[in-house]
Design a protein around this ligand. Structure first.
Ligand SMILES: [Zn+2]
Length: 307
């Protein structure tokens, strides 16, 4: 039984308005299948289909002040704790000391490692990123920080070339066009999905993370947002064609809204989509309503005590 967590930064359930919301116009039939044929919008209810459970997910976590942010939201996802309440604010994009102190003691990667389970963040990191993180010139995200706090190595360019890692843009074009790795593997979206299934079956827990969506929201890049989600849909098509319930659970989620409201370039208070697909999805979805329920659900499905 393996679990793949697909984290897509900054996607919320917003208005059915094709002018400002990519989710109101994008051609994503596989995503819509997961929510009973409905688009992913504010009024889309919790939906159970024969293969998946779609759950609108609260990202505000009871904080009336400020808007949900990446640092505290990702930490809530990876600890099962109400991080904004614990530190007194939504905080981001990078984790502050209060969040880092919590992640040092308690996070999903750490819990799995202590339980003898194999866990990895399957995104490859280019050498320059290791340099800026090690030199302290750039703080890691809460997700990267949690992995490092568990003593788990971040994947690098070699993992990408060896096809053990999945590029945040899915297809690998960023490695060729932006990072200058001209001989790096590139994939058709469906083939990236097939590879994701293979990578996911190699260990207990694999997390994929992309921040591109949040960036499209901040920059109001409607066309690029639609294109990326349509690529994501084809990746999911390839993934699901190569994943049986016996293989385990796939969870897709986000940390806060943003990209669904292109009229404002900030995060939103909207709910975010969480979808549980495959084996163990009912166990995962039991009593699920907000971001703090992701880690407990994953541990339940894997049969690991949270300690
Ligand atoms: Zn975020």
């Amino acid at each position: 039984m393996s679990i793949i967590l697909i984290f897509i930064d900054g996607i919320g359930l917003g208005d059915n308005n094709p002018e400002i919301n990519p989710f109101a116009v994008m051609n994503t039939p596989t995503l819509h299948d997961l929510s009973g044929g409905e688009r992913w919008l504010r009024d889309t209810p919790r939906t159970v289909t024969d293969r998946a459970i779609f759950m609108p997910t609260d990202a505000e976590l009871g904080m009336e002040k400020g808007k949900p942010a990446s640092g505290s939201g990702q930490a809530a996802i990876l600890t099962g704790r109400n991080i904004p309440q614990e530190i007194g604010e939504h905080y981001g994009p990078k984790p502050n000391k209060a969040i880092r102190d919590i992640l040092d003691r308690d996070n999903l990667f750490l819990t799995l490692k202590k339980a003898g389970r194999a866990a990895a963040l399957i995104n490859p990191h280019p050498p320059r990123l290791f340099e800026v993180i090690q030199s302290g010139r750039r703080l890691p995200s809460s997700i990267q920080y949690a992995v490092l706090a568990a003593g788990i190595a971040l994947f690098n360019h070699d993992d990408y070339y060896q096809r053990r890692a999945m590029s945040p843009d899915w297809t690998g074009h960023g490695w060729v066009n932006h990072l200058g790795y001209h001989d790096a593997p590139i994939y058709e979206p469906e083939d990236a999905g097939k590879l994701l299934a293979e990578i996911g079956k190699q260990r207990d827990f694999s997390m994929f993370s992309t921040w591109l969506t949040d960036e499209f929201g901040h920059r109001a890049r409607m066309a690029e947002a639609i294109e990326f989600m349509e690529v994501t849909d084809r990746v999911l098509t390839g993934l699901l064609a190569n994943w049986r319930d016996e293989d385990g659970l796939i969870v897709l989620t986000s940390d806060h809204g943003n990209m669904e409201a292109m009229d404002e370039r900030t995060h939103t208070r909207n709910k975010v989509p969480t979808v549980a697909i495959g084996g163990g999805r009912e166990t995962f979805a039991d009593n699920f309503s907000d971001l703090t329920h992701i880690t407990p659900g994953i541990l339940r499905v894997l049969g690991v005590n949270s300690g």
